[in-house]
Structure formats: structure tokens, C-alpha cells
Design a protein around this ligand. Structure first.
Ligand SMILES: NC(=O)c1ccc[n+]([C@@H]2O[C@H](COP(=O)([O-])OP(=O)(O)OC[C@H]3O[C@@H](n4cnc5c(N)ncnc54)[C@H](OP(=O)(O)O)[C@@H]3O)[C@@H](O)[C@H]2O)c1
Length: 336
């Protein structure tokens, strides 16, 4: 017998617009009978959220704190991040937790943030990599790295590797969760030209390459780390009305505004993956939209670019560029 929720989900998933807008969210929520994304109290659990000064990160942090988690915000601007931490505390009725200040694109700042997190907290249950932006003009970090890749690929990779021991020392598996994007469906797996050079730079293309790398690395981490220690998931939030979208895609926002998800709706699957002890803990390496695992390729051309050899090259590139010490190398892994 055909399951109605499966059939409707399949019909929604094929064309992008209904799936990514609030139409997809509303239909799936009803058909799959979603419960609360935070089904149990999260007291005692420590969760780190990057990019929580606005948009999806702020919504994620607030929801997790409301369920009882100790949520640590990591942000690059001290005043903005402290204000956000106070706002999360006020909205969740929790005591404020002093934030950690770090620009995720700066590797020294990431190392310092990891040390501070290890020193201040004896445990870490969840690490949410959410910080990110689509940059219209090419920017570089102090080390000369392209800023989109530095902030969304190199910095998170280094932070994960430094916090892995803390994440794996708790009473249940730790979780590393990455806010990727449906934009990555348009990009193949780029390694040698992961960072676009000035003459070829296009913000949307650079963003898509970085988001594709995030999803690939999510699978590579999952293949290399025992799932009883730490699980890894990447999320595609759909299209949500956030300050980031208003800044980077004003025309897109004006046209689609009535259909865009709210930040809470865009953050729902991230919150669920961070808080639910069922499927999110029993599986690893998933790419999720609306609480279901999704394919990481929709186009033959991007699928063909995603070879085991290129995956291995990506792993070696991020290890070299970040100076990270990853888990033991288990050799090349194929796209699932
Ligand atoms: N909204 C959507 O429809 C959508 C769709 C797909 C994917 N996403 C992804 O969702 C995530 C959140 O986006 P959003 O829409 O909520 O945008 P947003 O409102 O602009 O939030 C982005 C957050 O990232 C932080 N950030 C950016 N660069 C940083 C850096 N170098 N170091 C530290 N923090 C940094 C920002 O901090 P500041 O306050 O310092 O700027 C802000 O807190 C991003 O990864 C984005 O790519 C969003």
C-alpha cells in the first residue's frame, strides 16, 4: 500500500520551490505527524551554536535553551554575540551563558575558541556549525584564504577536530551538525579550485562549492569516526526569511517573501537533530531536510564529480590547510 506521506514527500521533493518553501514544511509536518523537535528536557547537556547572532542560528540556540540545554554562542563580534546570548537567555528563561568570541574564518581564533570551550566546559554534547554567508565580493582572511571557504569549511573542520575528544566523552554519542544549503545541489565536488580566484569569483558559485564541501566532509567524518562516539549530520533548512537572505538575495526575498519559512521553521530539523535521541543518534552521515534524509545529488554532472579519489583529495586539502589532526585515515570512501 502506498504511504500517503511518502508519496506527497516525493512529489514535493522533485520541484525545488514547493519543497524548499513553507509549503514543504507545512505539508511534511502534518503528514509525518511531527512532535516537538525537543521531545525530552535537555538539562545537563552542553551545546555550542556558531552564527547565533541572527537568523537560523539564533532560532536554534533559543529553542535548545528553552528545552533546558546550556547553549554556548560562538560569534565574531563581542557586542553582537553578548547581546544575542542575553536575548537567548531572556527568551528561554535561562541564566545567560557567556559567549565565546571567534571569527570562524580565522584559524588562530578557532584554536583559541576550542581551548576556551575545553577549559570552561567539562562536556560537550552537540556542536552546531551554522555560521555562514553568501559574499557578493571576494574577501580573504588574514591567512589569505577565501572567506566563504575559510568560514564554512576550514574553520568548522578545525573546530570539529579539536573538540572531538570532548564530544566523544559523554554518556551518549556527541553530535556534529552542519547547516548546509540546497544551493549545493548546483555544485560539483571542487578541490583544486574549491576557493575561486578573483577573476572567476561569483558569490553564488563560491557559496555552492563551500556548501557541497560541507556535505561531503560530513560524510567523510561519519565514515572515519565510530558512531558510538560521535555522529555527524548536515542539514538543508529550505528557504527561510533571515537577515542573511535579506542582505545577500534581496530580489529573491522580495519575490518569494510570502512563501519563505520563518527562522524557527528553517531551524526545525537542526533543533530536532540536536535534541532527539531517536533517529538522529541511531544514524550518522545524513543530509536532512524536514526530518528526512535526502540525496546529496540531483544532477548527473555533480554526481560524476564526486569520486572516491576526489573525496580523499578534499580530506587531505582541509587537513593540510587547517593543520588539523583528524581521526585515523580509513582510506577513500565512496559517495553513498
Ligand atoms: N536562510 C536561508 O534560507 C538559508 C538557506 C540555506 C542555508 N542557510 C545557511 O544557514 C546558516 C545561517 O544563515 P542565516 O540565513 O540565518 O543568515 P544570517 O542571519 O546572516 O546569520 C548568519 C550568522 O553567521 C555568522 N557569521 C558569518 N560569518 C561569520 C564568521 N566569519 N565568523 C563567525 N560568525 C559568522 C553571522 O554573524 P554576524 O552577526 O557577526 O554577521 C550570523 O550570526 C548559514 O550557514 C547559511 O548559509 C540559510
Amino acid at each position: 500500500m502506498i504511504n500517503v506521506a511518502d508519496a506527497v514527500d516525493h512529489l514535493l521533493e522533485a520541484p525545488v520551490a514547493p519543497s524548499f518553501t513553507r509549503i514543504g514544511y507545512d505539508l511534511r509536518r502534518r503528514l509525518d505527524h511531527w512532535g516537538e523537535p525537543t521531545p525530552t528536557p535537555l538539562d545537563e547537556r552542553v551545546m555550542v551554536v556558531t552564527g547565533a547572532t541572527s537568523g537560523l542560528g539564533a532560532a536554534t540556540a533559543c529553542r535548545l535553551a528553552t528545552a533546558g540545554a546550556t547553549v554556548v554562542l560562538v560569534g565574531r563580534d563581542a557586542a553582537r554575540t553578548e547581546r544575542a546570548a542575553e536575548d537567548v537567555a531572556a527568551r528561554s528563561d535561562r541564566a545567560p551563558v557567556a559567549p565565546v568570541i571567534a571569527d570562524l574564518g580565522e584559524l588562530d581564533a578557532v584554536r583559541a575558541a576550542a581551548t576556551e570551550l575545553r577549559d570552561r566546559f567539562g562536556r560537550l554534547d552537540v556542536l552546531v556549525h551554522n555560521a555562514g554567508a553568501l559574499l557578493a565580493d571576494r574577501r580573504t582572511t588574514s591567512a589569505g584564504n577565501e572567506a566563504t571557504v575559510a568560514t564554512q569549511v576550514f574553520g568548522p573542520f578545525l573546530l570539529t577536530s579539536l573538540l572531538l575528544p570532548l564530544l566523544s566523552s559523554g554518556p551518549r554519542p556527541g553530535r556534529v551538525l552542519t547547516m548546509s544549503s540546497g544551493g549545493m545541489y548546483s555544485a560539483g565536488l571542487h578541490v583544486a579550485d574549491l576557493e575561486m580566484t578573483a577573476p572567476t569569483y561569483r558569490g553564488t558559485e563560491q557559496y555552492a562549492r563551500a556548501k557541497r564541501a560541507q556535505v561531503t566532509l560530513n560524510e567523510l567524518w561519519a565514515a572515519r569516526v565510530d558512531r558510538s562516539a560521535v555522529v555527524f549530520h548536515a542539514v538543508h533548512p529550505g528557504w527561510a526569511d533571515t537577515p542573511g537572505v535579506a542582505e545577500a538575495l534581496p530580489t529573491f526575498r522580495t519575490i518569494l517573501r510570502p512563501l519563505l519559512r520563518t527562522p524557527d521553521q528553517g531551524a526545525d530539523t537542526m533543533v530536532w537533530l540536536a535534541a532527539d535521541d531517536g533517529e538522529p543518534l541511531a544514524t550518522t552521515g545524513g543530509f536532512w531536510l524536514d526530518r528526512r534524509r535526502r540525496a546529496i545529488h540531483r544532477l548527473g554532472s555533480t554526481r560524476r564529480s564526486d569520486t572516491p579519489a576526489r573525496r580523499q583529495e578534499l580530506w587531505e586539502l582541509v587537513m593540510a590547510r587547517t593543520g588539523a589532526e583528524g581521526p585515523p585515515d580509513c582510506g577513500p570512501t565512496a559517495a553513498p
